[in-house]
Design a protein around this ligand. Structure first.
Ligand code: NAD
Ligand code: TYD
Length: 357
């Protein structure tokens, strides 16, 4: 039985990953280690909270003693490091916490994994540290070209700078100690359980509530969207078959301008939910500072070497996602309640009043 230490497993992708893995494999154990920041929510995992193959530990990846205890108590085979501060807009207003969690937290995990896995002549068999990263570390593209694994890092926001720093620390543990690692760099994900500060769930939530839809700048920035389950499938493959030390880019060749996404969400909801939802809700607001223009992944390496391919096309994925949010309206209200509500509302009001982020 293999044991996975999944950090940040109560967030968007981490919770989808845990559900995906427990459905796919009978003979695994998953320890979900999560600080439960505003972005972490155990509601996401309520279906499996009684599953005896699943253990939850509330903790901070920066907490050395606690992470050491986890490695001592459990025989960990794989670390899957999702834990991060992830929202670019928040990184612009408060970069410090991004350095703490994304860089120091990752370094602490690397150190504890190394201590636990190192043998006299190297590392235990069958262990691996998989670090989940992002295409944003490569910076911003012009109208043409794609990010490949050897594209130079050129992060431009505090979020992407902190992710690039953690990637380099993970790489250094491979180069220096020969620690078995992989780094995955995925494009923008969408799907169930994404916190509604991110574009797609924000649009759905605001449409349902007839609130205006803030579109930054000219709305022509491009992101490359992937359904979250396809990302989970790629991570599973990289853990199993990825060559130690390698980086894998993950993306489904699905580039869309932001305004295309906005109009797609409006059209679906107009036709299937409420005919009062229409393009009059769109509100062009002040652009994000340093807003990256275009991201686009070339996934040729993971396709060729590991046989990965995306299963869900955007047309199906976006319908499934919108339907999920309609069926789980209460989920959004629960997770945006309480302490976070004030911050969230202030952020929204600032956007709509064209104050800069
Ligand atoms: P998220 O913000 O939804 O979840 C982050 C999780 O990490 C939360 O559960 C939070 O409580 C936890 N966390 C934060 N700080 C912690 C700490 N110090 N210790 C322990 N847990 C902590 O993020 P997400 O969208 O699920 O992203 C997961 C990972 O995937 C991140 O590393 C992100 O950089 C990467 N990624 C995300 C996307 C995307 O489109 N969302 C795309 C590519 C890569
Ligand atoms: P986001 O979901 O924050 O992801 P990222 O910035 O990490 O790619 O944003 C996706 C795109 O949507 C990005 O170009 C910024 C834009 N955007 C808006 O236009 N309005 C919004 O309210 C938000 C949150 C994002």
């Amino acid at each position: 039985m293999k044991t996975y230490l999944v950090t940040g497993g109560a967030g968007f992708i981490g919770s989808n990953f845990i559900m995906y893995m427990l459905k796919k494999y009978q003979d695994i154990k998953i320890i979900n280690f999560d600080k439960l920041t505003y972005a972490g929510n155990l509601e996401n995992l309520k279906e499996i909270q009684q599953d005896e193959r699943y253990i939850f530990i509330q903790g901070d990846t920066c907490d050395k003693k606690l992470v050491e205890d986890v490695f001592q108590k459990y025989e960990i085979n794989f670390v899957v490091n999702f834990a991060a501060e992830t929202h670019v807009d928040r990184s612009i207003t408060c970069p410090e916490v991004f350095a703490e969690t994304n860089v120091i937290g990752t370094l602490n995990l690397l150190n504890c994994a190394k201590e636990s896995w190192q043998t006299r002549d190297g590392f235990k068999d069958g262990v691996k540290f998989l670090h989940v990263s992002t295409d944003e570390v490569y910076g911003s593209l012009g109208n043409s070209g794609y990010f490949i694994e050897t594209t130079p890092l050129d992060p431009r926001s505090p979020y992407s700078a902190s992710k690039a720093s953690s990637d380099l620390m993970v790489k250094a543990f491979n180069d220096t100690y020969n620690m078995p690692i992989n780094i995955t760099r995925c494009s923008n994900n969408y799907g169930p359980y994404q916190f509604p500060e991110k574009l797609i769930p924000l649009l759905i939530n605001n449409c349902i509530k007839h609130k205006s839809l803030p579109v930054y700048g000219d709305g022509l920035n491009i992101r490359d969207w992937l359904y979250v389950e396809d990302h989970c499938k790629a991570i599973d493959l990289v853990i199993k078959k990825g060559k130690a030390g390698e980086i894998y880019n993950i993306g489904g060749h699905n580039e869309k301008t932001n305004i295309d996404i906005v109009k797609t969400v409006i059209k679906y909801l107009n036709e299937n939910f409420d005919s009062n939802i229409n393009e009059s809700l769109i509100s062009y607001v002040k652009d994000r500072k340093g807003h990256d223009r275009r991201y686009a992944i070339d996934p040729a390496k993971i396709k060729k070497e590991l046989g990965w391919y995306p299963e869900t096309c955007f047309e199906d994925g976006i319908k499934k996602t919108i339907k999920w949010y309609l069926d789980n309206e209460q989920w959004i209200d629960t997770i945006t309640a309480g302490e976070y509500k004030n911050y969230y509302e202030k952020m929204y009001e600032n956007k709509i009043q064209n104050k800069s982020i």
